[in-house]
Design a protein around this ligand. Structure first.
Ligand SMILES: Cc1cc2nc3c(=O)[nH]c(=O)nc-3n(C[C@H](O)[C@H](O)[C@H](O)COP(=O)(O)OP(=O)(O)OC[C@H]3O[C@@H](n4cnc5c(N)ncnc54)[C@H](O)[C@@H]3O)c2cc1C
Length: 312
């Protein structure tokens, strides 16, 4: 099955709710969990050491265990990646800071995703979700200055200051930001590593290759990567051979996904009102049927997706 194919009726019945949400199963609902996996909570990896028998992992609880394979899927800011692949990540900074959170829906919100550009390379957007609330996004086109490492209070103060005069629905969004319980803030950067494995440790998902939300393919890559890694572990005699085969399959798709031009977010966030008017004019033309069809014909190339039928 290719990942872009529609879900099978069986998958749909087990994993997709009536309103189209993918359902997550609680770990304690999983069958035979004692035979298959052990879950540890409130613990984290403190050290990883390569031995002849596998990877020796020390947890913050003080426990030490040796594993045949350590699969690191900790997202863009992975701390275990920094332990094992220290200094190897050469991030591609996208000059874009975003904040994303849920706020109460108001009577004025409609069913469309509304996007507002403010001068000063800022944008604000609001879109309804399927839970009766609205998802707000604040974006700022600027070079990174370490904001991703600030604490939440400082990040919110920064947004309050930078968006205070933006206009439109921004005052309402900033007011609701203080009490939101899912505040997400990041300075967008791609993770770029020459290799995704070292001995018995392998990276996957955003920890290995974060493409950033600008690419719109991070979830597809994470799910495909997990599947390909599992299949290669089944098919290869040793974990190191499996890791190499996994990397060989995934690299072209990842590099293609990371290919988003850095200028794109800048063009979407003009500095002046004149620039914003120009952007809206260009987007108006680009969204006409003629231009969309032409673009699809000119720019569609051969797919770089992993052909998952090789694992059937
Ligand atoms: C605002 C936004 C919009 C996006 N839109 C899209 C989109 O439209 N389409 C799309 O395909 N993708 C999109 N993405 C990207 C997508 O969300 C990611 O690519 C995807 O979630 C990556 O999955 P992952 O499992 O690798 O990492 P994550 O989803 O980041 O999961 C990593 C997990 O590891 C945990 N963790 C971190 N460190 C440790 C540690 N040391 N020990 C234990 N656990 C740890 C984290 O808490 C987290 O639960 C978007 C991302 C954002 C932020």
């Amino acid at each position: 099955m290719r990942i872009s194919e529609p879900a099978t009726p069986e998958f749909r019945a087990n994993h997709i709710s009536a309103n189209g949400q993918i359902m997550m199963r609680r770990h304690d609902d999983l069958p035979n969990r004692a035979d298959r996996a052990a879950y540890r909570f409130n613990d984290r990896i403190e050290a990883v050491e390569e031995t002849t028998n596998g990877s020796s992992v020390t947890f913050s609880s003080g426990t030490n265990e040796t594993f045949d394979a350590v699969i690191v899927a900790e997202g863009v800011g992975s701390s275990t990646r920094e332990l094992v692949f220290n200094g190897a990540n050469d991030p591609r900074w996208m000059d874009m800071t975003i904040a994303y959170f849920t706020i109460p829906r108001s009577n004025d919100d409609d069913r469309m995703w509304r996007w507002f550009n403010a001068p000063g390379k800022r944008s604000v957007s609001l879109r309804p979700d399927q839970r009766g609330t609205a998802r707000a996004m604040l974006s700022l086109s600027k070079e990174a200055e370490g904001e991703q490492d600030w604490d939440v209070e400082r990040q919110k103060a920064f947004l309050n200051e930078r968006f205070a005069d933006a206009g439109w629905e921004t005052p309402r969004i900033l007011a609701a930001m203080d009490s939101t319980d899912d505040f997400y803030f990041d300075v967008l950067r791609q993770v770029r590593l020459p290799r995704w494995s070292s001995g018995h440790v392998v990276l996957t998902g955003d920890a290995a290759w974060c493409a950033t939300p600008l690419a719109g393919i991070g979830t597809t890559l994470a799910v495909t990567g997990a599947y390909v890694l599992a299949q290669e572990l089944i098919r290869n005699a040793g974990v190191e051979a499996a890791f190499q085969a996994y990397e060989k399959q995934m690299r072209p798709m990842v590099e293609n996904g990371q290919g988003v031009p850095k200028i794109a977010p800048r063009l979407m966030h003009p500095k002046s009102r004149l620039g914003i008017n120009l952007l809206h004019g260009v987007l108006g033309v680009a969204s006409t049927d003629i231009v969309r069809n032409l673009r699809a014909r000119l720019f569609s190339g051969p797919s770089k997706e992993v052909d998952l039928t090789r694992y059937d």
